[in-house]
Design a protein around this ligand. Structure first.
Ligand SMILES: Nc1ncnc2c1ncn2[C@@H]1O[C@H](COP(=O)(O)OP(=O)(O)OP(=O)(O)O)[C@@H](O)[C@H]1O
Ligand SMILES: [Mg+2]
Length: 550
């Protein structure tokens, strides 16, 4: 059995009526054993090749059915074969999941709709599986009805102490350089703040017993609670002991930076309860990753409203936690992480994107299978995706791709027998897709099922609201857009650290900014002060950290 890849007409004489011949070129795919018998079976690869003079017959529905029948017990039905609309295209769901899958295609060809379709089918075939969707454009919120919880910036609770050090540095410092001193000070105090949290009995007895001695148990990356107030206290103590103004400057800047970031309302999903929250890690993980599922096995994590400066770190934490949850639970609760716009997070160009995010996703791609953590990557620019990560996806769904580089990339990732099929990539119709790899019996061109309107992904943010056509209907429209943009959220009180600065005993005279006139100094809030008003610390009067915590 083979597919025709090329047809040509050769004239034998000067004109067609003098004799001509049609030549069809075939890619051989496999053989049907016991053809015509009731126990006929198809297998991939060719053992006995046809010889010159053998006849050929066009394939009919019966042969196609045989060829695309999967031996697997757990299959999902995602559409119909291109060659024969009546034959269902089945995918072996366990094989597809276990070794990850990717959906590739230019913009607007139906990738997200294909994802929604596949996820719907997976939900039916694998009720044990949890699904976690990283929804870059807030498209999937309504697609899965009561099977999915939707989490966005408004209702996400992701305490800052779940972030590892690199992720926290990204939150506090972004991509700025020249902050080495501040970063070093932060690295010194975080393990101490964790130890202080455990020591003060705020953690459960179980945790204290397990961690044993004071500092040794906490590395800088241990996901253990600490308080921002403790960090500020430790920094303030250290700053207070310094004589030299210029060395205080880095501490001062670091404290101001922490305060600014924590009080930014756009970051409230991390820093709400920064000074009073308990050890909520188990609850946070249960909620995010649906363990137990309680009838809702899926989480749609919407990112469209997230501030871009924290997005990378948040994706990194979530992917890392999905992997580590699998690792530490021995894969008891398998989970599929679906990553839309994957080229943003795992770019082929290693200088782009945030390295910890890349590592979190790469780890799922490389080791996730062992711990029941599976990956699905969706991208419109396969050539911009890290090829080592794409190569871990052993089932590929390639939709229309118009860019030459993208087509070339896909050709390098599929088996030789299928490369000729790929010349059709730029001309695939709507919903049409080539499927290759572990999940399908052999490379196949199929058409995704048509989804009903309520199941189609559509952007909650990008669509035009019909009321906008008449601006008089919604006079507050622009104000509400601006509010959302800024992340203003009703009822969000910024965390307050001012009490730490207000104490007469703890206040340390901040160094004057170089541009300031000699008569004035700047306090921590940027207010100008006369020298006489500045309170200076007396090291003798400084309370001990224990007194402060009390
Ligand atoms: N399986 C389908 N059933 C019904 N309609 C579909 C299907 N696939 C695609 N469409 C139509 O095509 C449109 C675009 O599809 P979709 O949003 O899935 O494309 P996309 O490849 O994800 O685009 P982008 O790259 O911009 O994210 C949909 O809004 C829908 O109208
Ligand atoms: Mg899409």
């Amino acid at each position: 059995m083979g597919t025709v890849t090329n047809v040509s007409l050769q004239n034998h004489g000067a004109t067609p009526d003098q004799g001509s011949m049609v030549t069809a070129e075939l890619d051989m795919l496999g053989e049907i054993q016991d053809y015509g018998a009731p126990n006929a079976k198809f297998h991939r690869g060719v053992i006995s090749y046809p010889s010159i003079g053998d006849g050929a017959i066009p394939i009919g529905a019966a042969e196609l059915r045989l060829a695309f029948k999967l031996a697997a017990s757990n299959t999902i039905d995602i559409g119909t074969l291109h060659q024969h609309q009546s034959i269902v295209a089945n995918v072996d769901v366990d094989n597809m999941l276990n070794k990850h899958f990717a959906i590739l295609g230019s913009t607007g060809v139906g990738k997200s709709s294909g994802v929604a379709l596949i996820l719907h089918e997976i939900l039916k075939a694998r009720p044990d599986l949890r699904i976690f969707v990283l929804d870059a454009h807030n498209e999937y919120g309504h697609c899965f009805g009561d099977k999915a919880q939707v989490i966005d910036r408004q209702n996400l609770k992701l305490p800052f102490w779940l972030f590892n050090f690199e992720e926290l540095v990204n939150i506090f410092f972004g991509m700025r350089s020249g902050m080495e001193e501040e970063i070093e000070y932060l690295a010194e105090v975080i393990p101490l703040a964790k130890a202080a949290y455990a020591e003060n009995g705020r953690a459960s007895d179980r945790t204290i017993r397990r961690t044993g001695s004071k500092n040794a148990a906490f590395t800088i990356d241990t996901p253990f609670p600490f308080r921002i107030s403790e960090i500020m206290l430790l920094l303030n103590e250290r700053m207070g002991k310094l004589e030299n103004r210029s060395s205080r400057l880095a501490y001062y800047k670091l404290m101001t930076r922490i305060e600014t970031v924590c009080n930014d309302p756009r970051h409230s999903f991390m820093f709400d309860n920064a000074n009073v929250g308990g050890d909520t890690m188990a609850e946070v993980l249960s909620h995010l990753f649906r363990v137990p599922a309680k009838g809702v096995p899926m989480t749609v994590m919407q990112f469209a409203g997230f501030p871009s400066d924290v997005l990378d770190a948040v994706v990194s934490v979530l992917c890392r936690m999905a992997f580590e949850l699998g690792l530490w639970s021995d894969g008891v609760s398998p989970i599929l992480v679906v990553c839309e716009e994957a080229h943003r997070y795992v770019s082929a160009d290693h200088s782009r994107g945030f390295d910890p995010t890349r590592q979190s996703i790469a780890r799922i791609a490389k080791e996730g299978r062992k711990y029941g953590v599976f990956l699905s990557l969706i991208t419109q620019r396969p050539s911009e995706l890290d090829p080592t990560i794409l190569s871990q996806c052993s089932t590929l769904f390639a939709m229309r791709l118009t860019n030459d580089k993208d087509q070339a990339l896909v050709k390098t990732t599929v088996p030789d027998t299928a490369t000729n099929l790929l010349s059709f990539l730029p001309s695939l119709g709507p919903r049409e897709v080539f499927a290759f790899g572990e999940g399908v019996a052999m490379p196949v061109r199929l058409k995704f099922k048509e989804l009903s309107r309520d199941m189609l992904p559509r952007s909650d943010t990008g669509g035009v609201d019909p009321t906008i056509v008449n601006p008089n209907l919604r006079t507050d429209f622009m104000a509400s857009v601006v509010d959302r943009w800024r992340g203003v959220r009703a009822g969000t009180e910024p965390a307050d650290f001012t009490h730490l600065f207000a104490s007469p005993d703890l206040v340390v005279a901040p160094p004057a900014a170089p541009t300031q006139s000699p008569q004035t100094e700047v306090d921590r809030f940027g207010h100008l002060r006369r020298p006489g008003n500045t309170r200076r610390e007396d090291p003798q009067k400084q309370p001990t950290p224990d007194q402060w915590r009390k």
